[in-house]
Design a protein around this ligand. Structure first.
Ligand code: SAT
Ligand code: MN
Length: 588
C-alpha cells in the first residue's frame, strides 16, 4: 500500500520528470556522498561546493550563487488565499487556482537531466508535540545539504509522518535561475509552498521563512498558537535562576548579537535557543512556552567578527557538526579561508571576491556580498542552552520588541498589560539604513518584525495576538527597547554588551524587585533602577534616554494612524481604542 508520502513523491516525479529520485535518510554517509557529488558538479560553470581550510573552519564548504540570486525577493513572493483580503494588504496575492497553474507550467519537466531530492524533515524536536512534519522536493544539492543543517532531516521524519497525509509540502526547483521566472507562492489553506527560479535561503530552504513563519503563522491562527520572527534566550543569574525571553527586531538592529550576548556583569550568562524563529504555545499550565523549530543559523557574514560577535565566530570554528556552508563571501587564497568585511581589519592581499574575480580594493566595492551568508548547525554554538531540545520548549517571562529609532522611542519601557503590549508591538518602526531600499532615515513600520512574514491579514494577526493573551493564565511582560537613540547625531547609549543592563532591569521587573514610573505610552524605569555600575554615562543623557517627548509622540501617533488605516476595519477595536486614548493623553 502506498502512503500519502509515496503518492506525493510519485506525483512530483511525474510532474518534474527527473533522471532519478533520491529520498534523503539523514545519515552521515549520505552527507559525505552528497558533498562529494557537489564538489564534482557544476552550475553555470562553477563547482557547487569547494572545500575550505579545515584547520581554520572545520567541515566547511564554499558556494557561490548566481549573482542575480542573492537575497529574498519580496515582490515575487505571494500568499494565495481563496479571498484576497485573507492575505491582506501586507501580502502580494494571487488566486490559488491561477497561481498553481502558473507554477505547474514552470515545474513541468523542469528536472530533466537532474536528480529530484526528496527531503523529509521535522521542524522542532522530534519528540515535541509542537513539532511539525514536512517534505521538500528540490533539484538543488546545495538546498538539500543546507536543509540538513537547518532542520532535522531523514528517516525519523518519514517515521513521524507514517500513514498520515498531514505534512507540509514544499515544492522547489531552481529552474534556470531566471528572475523573470522566479516565484515563491504560499498556499496556507493547503499547507503548501511552490517555489521556482531561486536557490537562495529564504526563497529555497522552504522550512525557514516560507513554512515556519508564513504558513506557520496561518496554522497558528487556526490552531491557537503563534509563529514569530523571534530569538529565544535564557538569562542565567549568579544564583543560577534562568529567565527566558523572546525578542523581535527588524533587520539591522543587532538581533543575532542579542541571541548570543556576553553580559557585562560577572556571574550572568546568556544561553542561546534560537536566533530567528520561535513557535509559541500556551501549555496546560497556562504559560507561554517557546521552541525554536530550526536546527541551524543562516546568518549574515559581513560584520561578524571576534570583537562584535565572538560567540558566532566560535560557532563557525567549532567542529561538532559535519557541515558548515559559506555562500557568496570572498575567499582568501593564501590559506583558503572564507573572508568578509568585518572578520579582520586587514583586507588579504590575494583575495577572490564573491563573484570569483580577483579583488581590487581600489574599486571601492565590498569583496563579500553584503548579504553573504553562513549556514551552520546550532549544535556548534558554545552557548547553546541545554534546554534547546526540550520537547515542551522553555517558559517565557518576557518579550522584547525593538527598532532602530534616532528619536521618540525611549531606551526601554514596559507595556502596562497584554493589550497595550500588543499595541506596542504593532507600532514597531525602524529607520531605513543605507542598505535597505527607500529613503535613508524614514521610518518603516514593521509590526512584531513580521511584516514580510505574516501569512495572512495583519489585522487578523493583531486580533489573534489579543486572543492568545486571553487564553493564557500567566502572561509574559512585554518590553520595547531602542538602542539607537541619538543626540546631535551621536548614539546616546553604548549598545552591544551594555544592553545587558537593560535586560537585568527587565528581570528585576519580572521578579517584582523594582517599581516603575507611569507615562502616556507605558511604564518607565525609576531613577537609578538600571544598573550603570562601571559605565561612564552622564545623568542628563540617561534622563533623556528615559523620557517621553510629547511633541515627538504627537507626530508618532499620526504616523501610526496612517499605518493602521492601510488595514481598514481589520484593525481590532482594542487597538483603535488604545490609539484614541493615547491621542487624548497627548492632547492631539
Ligand atoms: O534569507 S532568509 O529569509 O532566510 C534570512 C533573512 O532574510 O532574514
Ligand atoms: Mn530573520
Amino acid at each position: 500500500m502506498l502512503t500519502p508520502m509515496d503518492v506525493f513523491v510519485k506525483e512530483m516525479q511525474n510532474l518534474f520528470c527527473p533522471d532519478g529520485v533520491y529520498v534523503m535518510d539523514g545519515s552521515q554517509r549520505e552527507a559525505e556522498k552528497l558533498i562529494a557529488i557537489a564538489q564534482k558538479s557544476e552550475i553555470d560553470g562553477k563547482v557547487i561546493l569547494k572545500k575550505l581550510n579545515g584547520q581554520e573552519y572545520p567541515n566547511s564548504y564554499y558556494h557561490r550563487s548566481n549573482p542575480n540570486d542573492v537575497a529574498r525577493t519580496e515582490h515575487l513572493t505571494f500568499v494565495c488565499t481563496p479571498v484576497k483580503n485573507q492575505a491582506g494588504p501586507n501580502n502580494n496575492w494571487l488566486d490559488p487556482k491561477d497561481a498553481k497553474e502558473k507554477m505547474n507550467n514552470l515545474f513541468k519537466g523542469a528536472m530533466k537531466g537532474r536528480i529530484m531530492y526528496v527531503i523529509p524533515f521535522v521542524m522542532g524536536a522530534l519528540k515535541s508535540k509542537y513539532a511539525k512534519n514536512c517534505i521538500q522536493i528540490t533539484d538543488s544539492i546545495y538546498v538539500a545539504l543546507s536543509m540538513r543543517i537547518m532542520s532535522r532531516v531523514g528517516k525519523h521524519a518519514v517515521e513521524r509522518i507514517g500513514n498520515s497525509s498531514d505534512f507540509f509540502r514544499g515544492i522547489h526547483s531552481v529552474g534556470d535561475v531566471n528572475p523573470d521566472r522566479r516565484f515563491i507562492m504560499h498556499f496556507p489553506q493547503d499547507n503548501l509552498v511552490m517555489s521556482f527560479g531561486s536557490g537562495y535561503g529564504g526563497n529555497a530552504l522552504l522550512g525557514k521563512k516560507c513554512y515556519s513563519l508564513r504558513i506557520g503563522s496561518y496554522l497558528g491562527y487556526q490552531e491557537g498558537w503563534l509563529a514569530e520572527h523571534m530569538i529565544i534566550i535564557g538569562v542565567e543569574a549568579p544564583d543560577h535562576k534562568i529567565t527566558y525571553f523572546l525578542g523581535a527586531f527588524p533587520s539591522a538592529c543587532g538581533k543575532t548579537n542579542l541571541a548570543m550576548l556576553d553580559p557585562v556583569f560577572k556571574g550572568y550568562k546568556v544561553w542561546t535557543l534560537g536566533d530567528d524563529i520561535a513557535w509559541i504555545n500556551v501549555d496546560e499550565d497556562g504559560q507561554f512556552y517557546a521552541i525554536n523549530p530550526e536546527a541551524g543559523f543562516f546568518g549574515v557574514a559581513p560584520g561578524t567578527g571576534f570583537t562584535t560577535s565572538p560567540v558566532m565566530m566560535k560557532t563557525l570554528k567549532n567542529d561538532k557538526f559535519f557541515l558548515t556552508l559559506f555562500t557568496n563571501t570572498a575567499v582568501d587564497n593564501s590559506n583558503n579561508t572564507p573572508w568578509w568585511e568585518g572578520v579582520s581589519n586587514e583586507v588579504p592581499l590575494d583575495l577572490t571576491d564573491w563573484q570569483g574575480q580577483k579583488y581590487n580594493e581600489s574599486l571601492g566595492k565590498p569583496a563579500a556580498h553584503p548579504n553573504s551568508r553562513f549556514t551552520v548547525s546550532i549544535y556548534n554554538c558554545p552557548t547553546l542552552s541545554p534546554e534547546y531540545d526540550n520537547p515542551k520548549g522553555v517558559p517565557i517571562s518576557g518579550i522584547i520588541f525593538g527598532g532602530r529609532r534616532k528619536s521618540t522611542i525611549p531606551l526601554v519601557y514596559e507595556a502596562k498589560d497584554w493589550s497595550s503590549g500588543v499595541f506596542t508591538a504593532s507600532i514597531i518602526g525602524s529607520e531605513t539604513t543605507a542598505a535597505a531600499s527607500g529613503q535613508v532615515g524614514t521610518v518603516r513600520r514593521d509590526p512584531m518584525a513580521m511584516l514580510p512574514f505574516c501569512g495572512y491579514n495583519m489585522g487578523d494577526y493583531f486580533q489573534h495576538w489579543l486572543n492568545i493573551g486571553k487564553k493564557a493564565k500567566k502572561l509574559p511582560k512585554i518590553f520595547m527597547v531602542n538602542w539607537f537613540r541619538k543626540d546631535n547625531d551621536e548614539f546616546m547609549w553604548p549598545g552591544y554588551r551594555e544592553n545587558f543592563r537593560v535586560i537585568k532591569w527587565m528581570i528585576d521587573r519580572i521578579e517584582g524587585k523594582t517599581g516603575v514610573i507611569e507615562s502616556e505610552i507605558g511604564l518607565l524605569p525609576q531613577e537609578s533602577a538600571i544598573d550603570l555600575n562601571g559605565l561612564n554615562i552622564k545623568k542628563e543623557i540617561m534622563d533623556k534616554l528615559l523620557s517621553i517627548d510629547k511633541e515627538e509622540w504627537k507626530k508618532e501617533v499620526v504616523m501610526i494612524e496612517e499605518f493602521y488605516n492601510k488595514f481598514g476595519d481589520k484593525i481590532p477595536k482594542d487597538l483603535r481604542n488604545y490609539l484614541k486614548e493615547l491621542k487624548e493623553k497627548l492632547e492631539v
